[in-house]
Design a protein around this ligand. Structure first.
Ligand code: DP6
Length: 368
């Protein structure tokens, strides 16, 4: 071996000895760069997000606002999310769009619906500091006009998907406030299970929290569908006429007492007390509706037939009570043990077309 050959051999040997170390350093460098990219990515808007939210049924009702624009209600309310029924909404911020676009159940939405959605998106854009339009696709797995307020699940899912797509990491209270600005009852579809919406007095103090998990009480909402015709006067318009009823001030003044009774009955799973306060609160709200200017009468003959039957069943020992939103369909709330009987009995009442059922549901959540 010549001296030159020995030198070459030594250089090659040194190289091969160091190469694993060099490889390792390169790998660490690469990993560091990738890690850094991840950090940067997590700080940037992910641009698109999909969220799911459930509608809810109010046990103590929201009717009337002290601030219509922000939907700050005249009184607090308590509700239960409805599992198995859901709205799934995808929001994508796209530089190429010159306006917000909305597809509702695979159909282009009306201008009024787009405006309502854009107002919520504007709040998100302002907080996130972005100036990009969005495409929004929203689908319900339950029929519209079935007496289940789709605006609650729709705006809860929209608030979560839009915030996430804009890169915001808002907590549940903040999402509840945001959802409220789109639809008051949507503030209650953000947290899970049994939920109380604190009326508050301004944007900061008006939001909803969970008071018990879905597993807390095995209740079932059996929705007796008596009509699937779209309501003539929607709740947004109804809230604006609530103060025209002489009865609204009495209903509102007594609300803290009813909230306390309902909260207590829920936490103690006391069905008797729960049923009494739920029906009282419902009847007070409908009394206000009926005595507003113009009067809002949502009940149909079959609505009354169901209310009457439910009271009779309860006096005979069945754990069931009724509550009705701004429409003719009746939500019969019962214990899981009695739910089969309740469904069978409801279907025998003339005018009841079908019965949908739902158990307590979880919070709004991201699915993509
Ligand atoms: C009778 O939340 O539908 O269902 O804020 O205008 O969207 P907007 O009204 P909305 O009102 C719900 C009224 C109710 C009672 C309730 O759910 O508390």
């Amino acid at each position: 071996m010549t001296v030159e050959e020995i030198k070459d051999y030594a250089t090659a040997f040194k190289k091969s000895m160091w190469s694993p170390v060099i490889d390792l350093l390169n790998l660490r460098g690469r990993l560091a760069i990738e890690k850094n990219q991840e950090v940067i990515d997590s700080q940037m808007p992910s641009k698109t997000a999909t969220a799911v939210a459930h509608p809810n049924i109010a046990f103590i009702k929201y009717w009337g606002n002290i601030n219509h624009e922000l939907r700050i209600p005249t009184n607090g309310s308590i509700s239960m999310n409805l599992a198995s029924l859901e709205t799934r909404t995808t929001v994508t911020f796209e530089e190429s769009l010159d306006k917000d676009v909305l597809l509702l159940n695979n159909e282009p939405a009306t201008d009024a619906a787009v405006t309502r959605v854009s107002q919520l998106l504007n709040r998100v854009r302002e907080v996130a500091g972005i100036d990009v339009h969005a495409s929004v696709e929203s689908n319900n797995n339950f029929p519209t006009g079935a007496g289940i307020a789709s605006s609650a699940s729709a705006f809860a899912a929209l608030a979560l998907a839009a915030s996430r797509a804009a890169g915001l990491n808002s907590d549940s209270d903040e999402l509840s406030r945001l959802a409220r600005t789109g639809s008051g009852s949507a503030s209650r579809s953000v947290p899970g299970g049994f939920v109380e919406w604190y009326a508050g007095e301004d944007h900061e103090t008006s939001y909803a929290n969970s008071i018990a998990a879905p597993e807390h009480w095995d209740l079932v909402d059996c929705v007796a569908i008596v009509s699937d015709v779209h309501k003539r006067t929607g709740s947004t318009q109804g809230h604006q006429s609530a103060d025209s009823s002489l009865l609204q001030s009495a209903r509102v003044a007594d609300a803290p007492r009813r909230l306390e009774l309902c909260r207590q009955a829920l936490l103690e799973k006391d069905f008797h007390n729960f049923a009494e306060v739920v029906e009282l609160d419902n009847n007070l709200m409908h009394a206000v509706m009926m005595t507003s200017k113009p009067p809002l009468i949502y009940w149909q003959p079959a609505t009354l037939a169901v209310m009457d039957a439910v009271q009779e069943w309860r006096s005979n020992g069945l754990e069931a009570c009724y509550t009705i939103d701004a429409g003719p369909n009746v939500h019969v709330i019962c214990t899981a043990d009695d739910s089969q009987k309740v469904q069978e009995k409801l279907l025998k009442i003339e005018g009841v077309k079908k019965v949908l059922t739902a158990k307590p549901g979880g919070p709004a959540h991201l699915v993509g």
